[in-house]
Design a protein around this ligand. Sequence first.
Ligand SMILES: Cc1cc2nc3c(=O)[nH]c(=O)nc-3n(C[C@H](O)[C@H](O)[C@H](O)COP(=O)(O)OP(=O)(O)OC[C@H]3O[C@@H](n4cnc5c(N)ncnc54)[C@H](O)[C@@H]3O)c2cc1C
Length: 623
Amino acid sequence: MMRNPLVDQRDVQFVLFELLKIDGLKQYQKFADQDKDMYEATIDLALKMAVEEVYSVNKEADKTGVKYDPETKKVMIPEGYKNALRKYNEAGFVGMIEDPEIGGMGMPGAVAMACSEIFTSASLSFTTYPGLSHGAAALIKNFGTEEQKKMYLEKMLTGQWGGTMCLTEPEAGSDVGNLKTKAIPQPDGTYLIQGQKIFITAGDNDFYENIIHPVLARIEGDPPGTKGISLFIVPKYRVKPDGSLGEHNDVICSGIEHKMGIHGSATCTLNFGDNGKCVGWLLGQPRQGMKIMFHMMNEARLDVALQGLSLSSAAYMHAVTYARNRIQGVHVTQMLNPEAPKVAIIEHPDVKRMLLWMKAYVEGMRMLNYYLAHNATLIEVLDGDAKKEAQGMVEILIPIAKAGCTDTAVLVTSEAIQVYGGYGYTSDYPVEQYMRDAKITQIYEGTNGIQSMDLTMRKILMNPEQYNYNIMKKRMAETIAKAKGIVEDKYIELVEKGIQKLDEVITMLKDQMAAGKFLHIFAACTPLQQAMFMLTLAWLHLWSLTLTIPKMKELVGDKKGEERDKFLADNEEAAYYSGRVLSSQFYLGAEFPKFFGRIDALLFNETAVIKASKDIFTGALLE
Ligand SMILES: Cc1cc2nc3c(=O)[nH]c(=O)nc-3n(C[C@H](O)[C@H](O)[C@H](O)COP(=O)(O)OP(=O)(O)OC[C@H]3O[C@@H](n4cnc5c(N)ncnc54)[C@H](O)[C@@H]3O)c2cc1C
């Protein structure tokens, strides 16, 4: 195992093989010829490539950013990315979870998630290119005709062609149903596309031979709102029947955004059909566009949750290295001794607290993201109730993971700067970039406000008999039962009490729903999501403790104090398990109690938000 600046590889192994027991997938036909060695070799390769090819160009890409030439309308991505993308594509990482017959590796979701974490922690902007190629290809795989699959899939999954997702317009951001892009039916069954999309990630660039845009548009005459939206495949260059490239399809990039972070990721304004020659091919059935796009959006939301984890991981790992090496001050027990030797800041209790806090969140988010990806795989291989339960977990956890991990990423990356002190605020060190890069993750792929509404309304209150929520509670109850006799009661009781308190809130919201008090509910969505994220991590940390406590006892025995510290210094495995026990205990004992404050705030049912008309926000300019 290699030490590296991005992710704790030992922890990746713990989550995959000890917590989720991914190698157990071998019992299913789809994974019968795979094993742990194969997964570990793939992760080793990802780590080597991520450090050598991607991390090494991350800073330069942040500095140079993406360039746009208004004359030629060309978009130039950082040079360093091109070499890295070629190697990434050759190694087959674009289609990791796809079947080998269509150009993929056929790996389980959680292993792909681990590799994505590694690459994203090396450079978030870099991964936006292959991430979108895969997302767009998966749409065609799931909803395209045989002809469309033949035409696009292999080239997209091998990284020869890129992909995007084109939803946003100036007046259709969160409100996608308000889009204006038109699709005009043609006698040959194709459509002429006319409109403008903004903020399109990887919308144009000088790496891919062709870029395949899934575009949401309204067929002329179709009803307004989301129900009237269809989805079209719109390639940058038309594709001839033999698969070679034809003429330019009248899609141009009319500008790029200059942003706070993710400078290496091209954020493009795309004009479709300025010259009336942009042809689109319907993907799936007319007026099913939103339903189909949701498929890609679910994958993309999970990708963004993972971005939150990855930036947090890289920030935490850098902070640990810095804290071990930065000498400042004396040990707290020697404060009054002017002769005391200076120590590394990692010896100071407040710095340890910051690091333990970051570690607890990073590990919690890693468990959550991998667990989600594993459940997505289980949906594919299971049947009946077990499949339905896995589906229920994915549905309820996606908005929790997307919003929770990205909100946390902003805090963890900020805390990493805090560990560095003044140096962290300068661009000499990478942590300030992580914080700038993290902010967008709270906004795109549906803002965290929108995620919270999705969680509260669609995934809980409108979900028949709260099936998703009950499955989640069932999983938590299973962990609690397992923890008894292994984990100290005080930690178990916290999680038990947490579930009871959350139940009180859900009952209150259900009553409000029955009484038609929708404003009360909408004012509570974000606090509810934040509380549920905290409880989800508490559950996962409790689960982790059921495994790490016995292992730690086995390795460390009853050593204490200096003897224990000395032993851990020479025994990496014992140090790993001891550290994981401490971070879980820290999360449960020092962080999770804040959950109860959030619950109290929800149950208090404050109505100030509901009473606040727009005119009480005085002082700002009136437009
Ligand atoms: C760097 C970058 C990359 C992007 N990549 C893509 C891409 O590849 N493809 C793509 O299609 N789009 C992309 N986007 C667009 C992104 O998804 C949108 O910016 C986002 O969905 C929010 O839309 P908006 O900016 O119009 O904000 P608005 O929708 O105007 O939202 C502003 C605020 O109001 C809140 N709000 C809005 N409506 C409601 C409501 N009904 N209830 C409660 N709160 C509400 C929001 O939560 C937010 O806080 C990208 C954006 C950026 C900045």
